[in-house]
Design a protein around this ligand. Structure first.
Ligand code: BGC
Ligand code: BGC
Length: 642
């Protein structure tokens, strides 16, 4: 048989070899060296000649100035490697982990709900580390940037501190508070090994029917600029090793002023819609917040999914290159939003060429990176995109990587593990909740006096942390219910604080068994979570169930306090007269006890409306002077608060 013939020959040669002492020693040496190579490769101590050469490369030396590091690295990169740096891929779309070094992918992201199988802090650390290490296997060992939406704390991970959504922070109007929150958020992000957040949002809503109203600070560009700068300062803390977490201003530009019914997404109404290309509005309203936060050190800006007239913003050379980069002097990188580039044109090649020439540097694909890489290679070959444009984009991206100290990054900041969801951070979140509340009406029932005998609580949002937290909490759309470890519902906060001797009863639907009349009824009602265009709502108001609970509570309580937990003002014009007190609590996050501390007078009400509260739907959109589209005054004007 063939095999036995071969093995006979092999055995003969082997015994000949072993009979020679020198050959045995050599063979042994080869085996040991091979084993050593396999071991050291496995455990990362293997250094090839290439590695040793790179070790001394100027771009690897943190002692060198960043421009020297960039030009050295650029001089070593092939066109393919440069194109790879321009790809931002959703992490579940990576076909094989080896594709990261193979294509030299520049950046990865977790979209909303883009969690690892083990959705714990350690699970995130492990996932990010694996991706980071795989990027270091590339020829030039350029680390990836890993991005997430930490838009109200690092709420992607169960157990994180969930701060109020931006609309509540806008109501607090406190730079200092916002900066401390961003810093705490950065600490929790760093604990997970991530260095990049798609925050702060500088959008300004003129129409509360928009499903992203709660992600914004205010409709006043001055407040947005000031709080945006404070947030960025908190996130991008500077140390000897670089900035801690890279922030991203979004969404450039005119987002929040899209017209109702103009969405390019057939399932939405206003999100991803059209902003009227009004140069005066651009200059006086939309640009100033960006200008302010760029001045305070922004290095990354995300373009919106909206259109500027007929043009998708991601295809607008005027807005991105002429205005943002040339006029405002923005030196960082411009990143496109989720699939935004491919909404420019049905043909991926055409879409990519337009976006790159408009000035987009990093493309949030987010799925198909191979097509992107092929398209850009072809575009450069055809002369449709110049090599200078590619070099400019890559230099901008690398600049942030160097500013972050990413080439020297040692992984998650383990000392921060104890800060993740810590009591210190939760105390800060409680403070933020209390300061974000806006007291819109009070006939004298608040604060609740200590001698109160009997309090009733009811309503869909009373014992529901998911409603308090809203979207971008573990899941993209958030989740209804008590699913967050360590969180406190508003009801729980009331239970903890209620004075001794006060009878406290809770029935979600308001059907109380006892027949007596309570001194105070607290109705905690509002919206279920939603994100982006799924929250576009033709008539934001209280649900029939909420209204029914309020009337039941009214029937069995002497005085009634209504707490609205929502991402935006709701139309309540017909009901408000019959309530004794009204509080806008926005989306307070994981610390419901911040609400009870104000209800019982431990903390004063200091919040004010960050945007006008409409009387009717016909007032939308509001003008910049705060009057309705029909020329009438709102129910409560911007800055109002008792
Ligand atoms: C949103 C962005 C977000 C991105 C990544 C997009 O759909 O518009 O605000 O940063 O997704 O999750
Ligand atoms: C992602 C979000 C993203 C959205 C855009 C979702 O699947 O999780 O991050 O913003 O898609 O439509």
């Amino acid at each position: 048989m063939k095999t036995s013939k071969y093995s006979k020959v092999l055995r003969k040669h082997l015994s000949k070899l072993l009979s020679c002492r020198l050959c045995t020693v050599a063979l042994l040496f080869i085996c040991i060296y091979g084993a050593f190579l396999i071991y050291s490769y496995q455990y990362g101590t293997y250094h090839s000649v290439r590695d040793l050469e790179l070790m001394n490369a100027p771009y690897k030396n943190p002692g060198n100035a960043i421009d020297i590091r960039i030009s050295d690295l650029m001089s070593r990169m092939t066109l393919q490697e440069k194109i790879g740096q321009m790809a931002l891929v959703e992490k579940n779309s990576i076909e094989s982990i080896h594709d990261i070094p193979r294509y030299g992918i520049g950046a990865l992201l977790s979209g909303g709900g883009g969690k690892p199988a083990d959705n714990s802090l350690h699970g995130w650390q492990k996932m990010v580390k694996t991706f980071m290490e795989s990027s270091r296997q590339s020829r030039l060992q350029i680390p990836i940037l890993y991005g997430i939406d930490a838009i109200h704390g690092h709420a992607n991970i169960p157990g994180a501190t969930v701060f109020p959504h931006f609309i509540g922070l806008g109501a607090s109007d406190s730079e200092d508070l916002v900066e401390r929150i961003a810093q705490a958020t950065a600490h929790e992000i760093l604990a997970s090994g991530i260095r990049w957040s798609f925050s702060p949002t500088l959008d300004m809503p003129s129409d509360i029917r928009w499903g992203r109203t709660y992600e914004t600070f205010s409709d006043d560009p001055e407040i947005v600029g000031i709080l945006g700068a404070a947030y960025l300062a908190g996130l991008q803390q500077e140390s000897a090793s670089g900035i801690s977490v890279l922030g991203t201003l979004k969404h450039y530009v005119g987002v929040g002023s899209m017209q109702w019914g103009s969405s390019s997404n057939p399932l939405y109404h206003i999100d991803q819609g059209t902003t009227e290309p009004n140069e005066a509005m651009l200059r006086s309203q939309y640009l100033p917040p960006f200008e302010k936060v760029i001045e305070s050190g922004a290095l990354s800006i995300m373009v919106g999914l909206n259109s500027w007239g007929d043009t998708k913003v991601s295809a607008s050379k005027y807005l991105i290159t002429d205005v943002l980069k040339n006029e405002l002097g923005f030196k960082g990188f411009v990143v496109s939003d989720w699939y935004g580039v491919y909404e420019i044109h049905d043909d991926t090649y055409e879409a990519t060429v337009q976006a790159l020439n408009a000035g987009v540097d990093l493309i949030m694909l987010p799925y198909d990176y191979k097509t992107f890489i092929r398209d850009v290679e072809k575009a450069v070959e055809n002369g449709d995109v110049s090599e200078e444009r590619i070099n400019d984009a890559v230099e901008r991206i690398l600049y942030s990587k160097f500013r972050l100290g990413l080439f020297e990054d040692m992984g998650p900041v383990l000392e921060n593990e104890t800060l993740f969801g810590s009591e210190t951070h939760r105390a800060l979140a409680r403070e933020a909740v209390a300061r974000s509340l806006v007291l819109l009406k009070n006939s004298g029932v608040l604060p609740i006096p200590s001698g109160t005998r009997h309090i009733r609580v009811a309503g869909s949002s009373a014992d529901n942390v998911g409603r308090q937290a809203g979207a971008w909490t573990v899941e993209w759309q958030g989740a209804d219910g008590n699913f967050l470890p360590g969180a406190t519902s508003i009801l729980k906060g009331i239970e903890e604080r209620v004075p001794e001797g006060t009878l406290l009863e809770y029935e979600k639907d308001g059907n109380f068994i006892t027949k007596s009349i309570a001194d105070i009824g607290i109705a905690i009602v509002g919206e279920a979570p939603y994100a982006e265009g799924w929250g576009d709502n033709p008539y934001p108001s209280l649900s029939p169930e909420d209204l029914e609970v309020i009337s039941k509570l009214k029937a069995n309580s002497s005085q009634i306090v209504v707490v609205i937990v929502s991402g935006r003002p709701l139309i309540i014009t017909d009901q408000v007269a019959s309530w004794d007190a009204l509080i806008a609590a926005w989306l307070p996050g994981s610390e419901g006890a911040g609400v009870s501390s104000a209800l019982f007078g431990d903390t004063p009400f200091t919040g004010s409306l960050p945007l006008p509260w409409p009387r009717t739907i016909d007032q939308l959109p509001f003008g910049i002077d705060g009057t309705g589209a029909d020329g009438t005054a709102p129910l409560f004007p911007r800055y109002y608060g008792l």
